[in-house]
Design a protein around this ligand. Structure first.
Ligand code: AG3
Length: 295
């Protein structure tokens, strides 16, 4: 249940409180100690502010997208789970992900040869590079990075390239992110994957956004043999676990044995702060109240 009233970050000032406008009947607020940037881009309201608990925070249309302190959970889980489940991922496509966090995590895999990132809003990329450099780090300078500024839905509808893994790092299904939750978009993602490829995405916090589970599941199972979810707890996406969507024609990919995942994880020499092979093996186990929405 999103809040349709929309106005831009009222009260956003040093010493004030940022009130997130995501849900109609419950709201989280952050104490603001600095405002680094606040402007409307061609696509959305973009703000980066400083907070005592989460460090710098990026909000788009008054919805928190990423914070310096807890970004690792989301970025590691959306990236390493599909890449290590796949085992031989070379070509990756990121849709969205303007802050560069997913890109950074993809590039940590030496086996990955090329990462195409399609972001609709260049402002977000530029402002994150300037004000939150710890998130992209040097990812945009990597020779394997191919940054394309365009509409992700249009890109997958037209591309002739094929990918091992597609990661959709989008906003919620309101505003510019809405097209990234349609049946047509999923069909185009399927066409853009190599055989056995894997698609992951952010799919909302089920305690608050249960309908998104049912909607995504129904739309995806039309294109994929396996359509499901896994979970991760990301403090700034409050409300409990976030659901991360999973789709593939390889029905075994979500159940790669722990010993294999461990082997791949150690071979990749990844240093992580949330992801572990044990979490990977366990994250597809869903709470019953989430499972009941998969129908
Ligand atoms: N994109 C996902 C933000 C989702 C926020 N929604 C929510 N709390 N339900 C984040 C971009 C990070 N790279």
């Amino acid at each position: 249940m999103t809040d349709p009233t929309g106005a831009s970050a009222p009260g956003l000032q040093i010493g004030g409180w940022f009130k997130e406008k995501l849900y109609r009947d419950v709201r989280q607020t952050y104490r603001v100690t600095d405002v680094l940037f606040h402007e409307r881009s061609e696509h959305q309201d973009v703000v980066i502010f400083e907070t005592p608990v989460y460090g710098r925070v990026l909000a788009l249309d008054d919805i928190v997208q990423v914070t310096e302190k807890d970004e690792f959970v989301y970025h590691e889980m959306l990236t390493h789970v599909p890449i290590l489940a796949h085992g031989k991922a070379r070509d990756i496509l990121i849709i969205g992900g303007g802050d560069g966090g997913i890109l950074r995590e993809c590039l940590r895999h030496k086996s990955v040869k090329r990462v195409t990132m399609v972001e609709i809003d260049r402002y977000v990329v530029d402002m994150c590079l300037k004000h939150m450099p710890s998130i992209p780090q040097k990812a945009f300078d990597d020779k394997r990075t191919n940054l394309v500024i365009t509409d992700g839905a249009k890109f997958v509808a037209e591309t002739k390239d094929r990918y091992d893994v597609i990661i959709v790092d989008s906003t919620d299904p309101v505003g510019p992110g809405e097209v990234l939750f349609t049946e047509e978009f999923y069909r185009n993602c399927k066409r853009s994957l190599k055989p056995g490829g894997i698609l992951t995405n952010q799919n909302g916090v089920p305690f608050m956004q249960a309908d998104e589970i049912t909607m995504t599941y129904r739309r995806r199972k039309k294109s994929f043999k396996d359509s499901g979810f896994y979970v991760a707890a990301i403090p700034s996406y409050y409300g409990g676990f976030m659901a991360l969507g999973w789709a593939s024609d390889n029905t075994k990919a979500r159940a790669v044995p722990l010993a294999t995942i461990k082997k791949r994880f150690h071979a990749a020499k990844l240093k992580t702060k949330y992801y572990t092979p044990e979490i990977h093996a366990g994250c597809f186990g869903l709470p019953a109240f989430v499972q009941q929405h998969i129908r």
